[in-house]
Design a protein around this ligand. Structure first.
Ligand code: FES
Length: 102
């Protein structure tokens, strides 16, 4: 496998014992991850990796995701429209203003 050009980390709210708890998980972040993966596949964006993470410590703005190497932190990613905007941002090279955490 070659290194991905972009990596999206999706807060899965995992705690030290591995149990997913917390704002992002309760708001369905891992369910959105499935849509994210399928949409990336549909768009042929095989150079974008997706991983779930522990709490990203921005719970009050969750569900949260981070895109690297851009360093774009996104909050209130609460549906497919938000996911589409984030994928669009990777394609365009400009952050999705409606969801960016400043
Ligand atoms: S639970 Fe997602 S940022 Fe804390």
């Amino acid at each position: 496998m070659t290194k991905p050009a972009h990596h999206i980390f999706v807060c899965g709210s995992f705690r030290m014992n591995g149990t997913p708890q917390g704002v992002c998980n309760k708001a369905g972040s891992l369910g959105l991850m499935q849509y994210l993966e399928s949409e990336l596949s549909d768009r042929g964006m095989a150079d974008v990796a997706v991983s779930s993470t522990g709490c990203l410590k921005v719970c009050d703005r969750g569900p949260a995701m981070v895109v690297y190497p851009e360093g774009w932190w996104y909050g209130r990613v609460d549906g497919e429209d938000a996911i589409d905007a984030i994928i669009d941002s990777i394609e365009s090279g400009s952050p999705a203003a409606d969801y960016i955490i400043a």
